[in-house]
Design a protein. Structure first.
Length: 306
């Protein structure tokens, strides 16, 4: 199956930047797009909800202005992430804005719904759905998703535990549509390996968290730079869904990373658990491949540095 036109357009690298809760906004997305990779942000990052329309206009207008001023540069399209879970009370509002603005790519997470897919298809957009195993990939495609994001071990934030090689092979065994790989990808060699293993694109997030454009505190940026793969803790305590977090942020919030209890997954509440420290705000996400190299410094700009 050939890639959809929006994904087949030229990119500087075969990379889609993953939407990072709180941290991804118009500044980071436009920097990504204007560097030649597909940028994205979660709709929930635009607060209040009325700001979503303004954010979409800002991204589109900035990219258009840059493209006119730099006709020889590759300016990539952008995507918006929707949390398709009952805890997201903004879903209907945000989908109405997305349809009105004709967002070219919508990334869905924590649930797959045919009505959401149909709404995006109504204006010619495409839907990419993230999954942690082959069973969920089948469900997403059956419900109308156009592409799959295979979230393997090592991805920042909510993540799976499967080997990227096993997960890609299972999905590629039956699915010939757009396939992205997420999990510990932060280097050109990693991107190449993802393609050789069967993915069309690398899905990269944590590597952008130490850039000027990321909307996270300086302390978070520095912790990304200073931490190693051994400093990533996998737990479902903070949101009810298993995810990867920076050990240092857990410790500074008063928790013992080695003694985190298990949470009831049926009580999942995205970033709003009834605990003193909040996921994403206080407990910071990060993947095991987030460091580009030892010379990475806080404030390095994302343009040209993917």
């Amino acid at each position: 199956m050939p890639l959809a036109d929006i994904l087949a357009s030229p990119l500087r690298l075969p990379v889609i930047a993953s939407p990072v809760f709180i941290c991804s906004g118009p500044a980071l997305v436009t920097a990504q797009c204007q560097s030649g990779i597909i940028g994205s942000f979660p709709a929930l990052n635009a607060r209040p909800s009325s700001a979503l329309s303004d954010w979409l206009d800002e991204v589109a207008e900035s990219n258009e202005v840059f493209a006119r001023a730099n006709p020889d540069s590759i300016v990539a399209p952008f995507a918006v992430n929707q949390i398709v879970h009952r805890s997201n009370d903004r879903l209907d509002h945000d989908m109405a804005v997305i349809v009105d603005k004709r967002v070219p790519i919508v990334i869905t997470s924590l649930g797959s719904r045919p009505d959401i897919n149909d709404a995006v298809h109504s204006y010619g957009g495409i839907v990419l759905h993230d999954v942690i195993d082959n069973r969920f990939a089948h469900k997403a495609v059956d419900k109308g998703a156009d592409g799959i994001i295979a979230v393997a071990a090592g991805a920042g934030g909510h993540a799976g535990t499967q080997s990227p090689f096993a997960l890609l092979r299972e999905i590629r065994g039956w699915f010939d549509g757009p396939l992205l790989l997420s999990g510990a990808l932060a280097h050109g060699r990693s991107i190449l390996v993802a393609q050789v293993a069967g993915a069309d694109f690398a899905y990269v997030g944590s590597a952008f968290l130490s850039t000027h454009e990321a909307n996270n505190p300086p302390e978070y940026k520095q912790m990304i730079v200073d931490s190693t793969a051994a400093d990533i803790v996998y737990s479902n305590f903070f949101t009810g869904v298993h995810g990867n977090y920076l050990r240092g942020s857990i410790v500074q919030s008063g928790y013992d990373p080695s003694r985190l209890p298990q949470s009831d997954s049926s009580a999942m509440d995205f970033g709003a658990r009834s605990i003193e420290a909040k996921a994403w705000r206080d407990i910071w996400g990060g993947g095991t491949g987030h460091r580009l190299n030892r010379s990475t410094t806080v404030g390095r700009r994302s343009r040209g540095n993917t």
